[in-house]
Write a protein of this length. Sequence first.
Length: 309
Amino acid sequence: MAIPVIMDCDPGIDDAFSLAMAIAADDLNILGVTTTYGNVGLSYTTANALRILDWFGSDIPVYPGIDRALLGKLVDASEYHGATGLEAPEIGPPTNSPQAEDAVSFLIRTLQASQEKITIVASGPLTNLAVMLRLAPDVTSKIERIVFMGGSTDYGNDSPAAEFNMLCDPHAAQIILDANVPKTMFGLNVTHQAIATPARVRAMRDLGNDTGRVFADMSVFFEKVYRERYGFEGSALHDPCTVAWLLKPELFETRRMRVDVETNSGLSFGRTVHDIWNIAGNSCHTDVALNANVDGFFALLTDLLSRLR
Ligand code: BDR
Ligand code: CA
């Protein structure tokens, strides 16, 4: 039986990889894609989600989400992803339209009506999911797990302390971290291991299909800041770690711990705090990814891309 999932995302280049992997995987059944502001504004992320799905010939519905943080000021990551969030000319403008229903209503309706628990894969700011939990706390009983990219056990990327998705909306993130649902977290400490080196990008291109070529080009576009700022050999494929873990959890080492996020202003605003020794004695329901089998991750990614157009 395929795992039912809802993908909450802000595509975004690495979000696009994540969507492609989920579409290709027989073991996942995508019930819907919900969009959030994040890498770029909501109108772009929604259009980009539709562009990707259209290009793959998928009619999975796309529900536009909330366009700003609960409290924080708007930041974006267009420096990494380009002005539109997905500078991939071959993936044309969307032909399908977003649904009239908003993301939060879709999430609540779908979870409440579902006979089975649903997994939520979140690869952007957590605003939609936080509002969902505030409006309908009962949905926690229908959530199998929230698998999210965000935070870090060590340093940040959008501030010295904080990772981008967390920094976008730390208050929303804290609502999710407090929720009594199982969670798996992919922070920069592990996603910065998933580097699309030239050899790995070549392997995508050598697949010989449209997807391999277009996604190889997208990773080359994405790597500029990673090379210049971090001295990495290529781009970091953050968001696809979530889907890879769902399909092959053995690729990652995880450890359960309490995670919180700094919501007070100051140097550490948006930083995740990891109670690895359970010093505070609080409930622990976040499985934090610590290490990845990187070759295994790229083998899975390349295999999934090979199954697409
Ligand atoms: C995260 O921020 C975004 O730019 C990426 O899509 C990823 O979700 C990495 O910090
Ligand atoms: Ca993202």
